[in-house]
Design a binder for this molecule. Structure first.
Ligand code: AMP
Length: 429
């Protein structure tokens, strides 16, 4: 299969060739033709599968078609033709960047991002001007809709990227509200890891006779990623394992995940004191600083990034050779998203999970979710002294012994110095 057979406009074929792509990926092959035919789609495809281009190229096809239509009179605010909703600011930025890349030969292409955590001024200016594609997080777009600054009456295509994640984040009402502000005759394309439960109901509400496209399971998608597990006796041991791994020469760039914002700050500070070029990235930081950190990672000024789940979602930096789970995710799906940050664009990646005994319940759930065993590994001189936890009991049973219980919501027994970002009991990510 080649891009030439997809019936794409010459400007788009030239752009994908400039990006160095020789052939469409599976999701692109399956989703681009029906999307270009105007069909509603429900697509499950994994991170790193090339899914962004699978909706951006059909969206740009619409923009190119509009170039032959008469322009609206000057001063008439028309609003964009395409709206992409994403759960996080980072993913919105990523989609915007991909759109600019794939749309580099589209004459006069105008793309705006409307995300929270940044000043309103530039967004208002962009919303007023002629606009082809709007990429937004639901919360901030609702603000602009309610103040009458965003016009969605011209939307031809609505894309919901990572719909499951948006619903997990509580965006169900904003999504309904936003969709209701767009024309009924629009095309709607929804991407989600699953289409069960509330995601399925949302699809029923928003999509018309959709075509279902499923591309490879969680398991197959990670063929380029080697997964390893290190059991740690205690918190100090876990730190020693991390320090050892980060000094390995094979680490080009490492993404270290923590469970909380506070841990991310604390760990970044500790690694910085050890001489690593490192920064933290999490949802509690102002957007400007988050952008600078991502820039530092892309330009390789940073070798280590310590991040929470929210901040790292959608991150696409092919030179990330290692993902290290220092704190386990809250949900097993997040493990899959985390490790998908390495092994990108056909490169090999290593995903290392550092677990204490109390994490064994989550390790079991992750293995069941991915249907893969994560092989326990040891480092000479840093072997665990305690016996490796036995495999947990089958679904529905709770194994005996208190060390196998679910992970407690509190932090392990260490007290980081410095600021606290969380409200008591809250677990910001
Ligand atoms: P995505 O799943 O959209 O986040 O894309 C994952 C990575 O694959 C990005 O780095 C894209 O630049 C890259 N990519 C997308 N389409 C192709 C393709 N047809 N051939 C090679 N790489 C691609």
């Amino acid at each position: 299969m080649s891009f030439d057979t997809l019936n794409l406009h010459e400007a788009l074929i030239r752009a994908v060739k400039t990006a160095g792509y020789t052939a469409p990926t599976e999701v692109q092959t399956l989703a681009i033709p029906p999307a270009m035919a105007g069909r509603d789609l429900m697509v499950s495809s994994n991170t790193g599968s090339g899914k962004t281009a699978s909706f951006v190229l059909p969206a740009l096809t619409r923009v190119l078609a509009s170039r032959s239509q008469p322009r609206p009179p000057r001063g008439v605010m028309q609003g964009p033709r395409i709206l992409v909703l994403t759960p996080t600011r980072e993913l919105a930025m990523q989609v915007a960047k991909a759109t600019m890349d794939y749309g580099r030969f589209v004459p006069g292409l105008s793309v705006a991002t409307v995300v929270g955590g940044v000043p309103y001024g530039l967004q208002l200016k962009q919303l007023r001007g002629p606009l082809d594609i709007l990429i937004a997080t639901p919360g901030r777009l609702i603000d602009h809709l309610e103040s009458g600054k965003a016009v969605l009456g011209n939307i031809e295509m609505l894309v919901l990227d990572e719909a499951d994640r948006m619903l997990d984040m509580g965006f169900i009402d904003p999504i309904h509200h936003i969709a209701a502000a767009t024309p009924k005759a629009r095309q709607t394309v929804m991407y989600s890891a699953t289409f069960g439960g509330h995601v399925g109901r949302l699809a029923e509400d928003l999509l018309r006779t959709p075509q279902r496209i499923e591309v490879s399971s969680q398991t197959e998608a990670h063929a380029d990623i080697e997964q390893r597990l290190h059991w740690a006796d205690d918190f100090q041991h876990k730190n020693a394992l991390l320090d050892h791994i980060l000094t390995e020469r094979s680490v080009e760039q490492a993404l270290v995940f923590t469970s909380t914002q506070r841990d991310a700050d604390w760990l970044a500070e500790r690694l910085g004191e050890m001489g690593h070029s490192v920064a933290a990235l999490h949802g509690g930081m102002p957007q400007g600083r988050r952008n600078r950190v991502l820039q530092g990672l892309r330009s390789k000024h940073l070798r280590v990034l310590v991040a929470t789940d929210v901040a790292a979602r959608g991150l696409d930096v092919p030179s990330i050779s290692h993902v290290i789970n220092f704190g386990l995710p809250m949900k097993e799906e997040d493990y899959v998203h985390r490790i998908g940050r390495t092994g990108r664009a056909g490169r090999a990646g290593l995903a290392v999970t550092l677990a204490e005994r109390r994490d064994s319940g989550m390790i079991h759930r992750i293995q069941r979710y991915t249907t893969q065993r994560i092989a326990p590994t040891t480092i000479v001189g840093l072997e665990p002294k305690r016996v490796e936890p036995k495999p947990a009991a089958p679904m529905g049973q709770r194994p005996a012994g208190k060390s196998f219980g679910p992970r407690p919501s509190g932090r392990p027994a260490f007290k980081p110095a410095g600021k606290t970002f969380s409200k008591p009991g809250a677990r910001p990510r």
